[in-house]
Design a protein around this ligand. Structure first.
Ligand code: SAH
Length: 215
């Protein structure tokens, strides 16, 4: 959180990140936040009391905060959500550990459950960073180049077009001539065609969705 875009966003006051340790909300002397699963089985489960308490305390200060729980069982995180959540003033990102959360945490706090993909990590911290970064780079002023995210993959439901920079030729591979032509309309059309072509080739699912939404 202290590198690159996220660091700059914090320095410029576009973003403030506070971390809260569930342990601070555990009542016993060992500050226990996990316990063995009822019914047996391996690993530990995050306890309901400290987490509910932590979120309720945070909500006193930020009553409107959107509560998001990182979980491999959540809906897959998508660019559209980053765009939507950019509008939020305050977001609580609940990071799990061990075998995950006591299920009652979901019943009580009713967070939006979000997954960053069909694989299992050790904790929710890296998924939380993924979400923070994807939202932060959309905040106007954060990226050096204001327009750049508008052309990224997914912004218009398609993958980004191919990009080239100097040299114009390397190992016999030349940059497509149209990009050197200076003809803006032609370049725009070429990029759109390539964007469609790439999406169809690499992500048929996105391509079909795009076609449906155009029908
Ligand atoms: N036993 C759980 C996984 C626990 S992994 C299960 O199978 O559903 C421990 C924690 O890591 C989770 O509570 C969650 O906060 C985080 N985590 C792991 N993989 C994740 C993913 N793909 N997306 C979002 N969070 C994830």
């Amino acid at each position: 959180m202290s590198e690159s875009i996220i660091r700059i966003a914090q320095e410029k006051k576009y973003l403030e990140i506070r971390t809260v340790n569930f342990r601070s909300y555990a009542d016993d002397k060992h500050k226990t936040t996990d316990d063995r699963p009822f019914g047996g089985g391996p690993g530990m489960v995050l306890k309901v009391e400290p987490i509910v308490k932590a979120v309720e305390e945070i909500k006193k200060e930020f009553p409107q905060a959107k509560c998001i729980a990182l979980s491999p069982q959540g809906q897959p995180f998508q660019q559209a959500q980053a765009v939507e959540w950019k509008q939020e003033e305050d977001i609580i990102l609940l990071c799990g550990r061990y075998e995950g959360f006591d299920e009652r945490i979901f019943d009580i706090l009713k967070p939006i459950e979000v997954s960053i993909g069909d694989y299992v990590l050790t904790g929710g911290e890296i998924p939380a960073m993924v979400i923070i970064e994807s939202i932060t780079r959309l905040i106007p002023g954060v990226l050096g180049c204001e327009e750049s995210f508008k052309e990224d993959s997914f912004a218009d439901g398609l993958l980004d077009h191919p990009q080239y920079t100097r040299p114009p030729e390397f190992r016999g591979l030349a940059v497509p001539e149209v990009l050197l032509s200076g003809d803006h309309q032609k370049i725009k059309d070429w990029r759109r065609d390539k964007s469609l072509e790439k999406t169809k080739l690499k992500r048929q699912d996105l391509f079909d969705k795009q076609r449906e939404s155009n029908e």
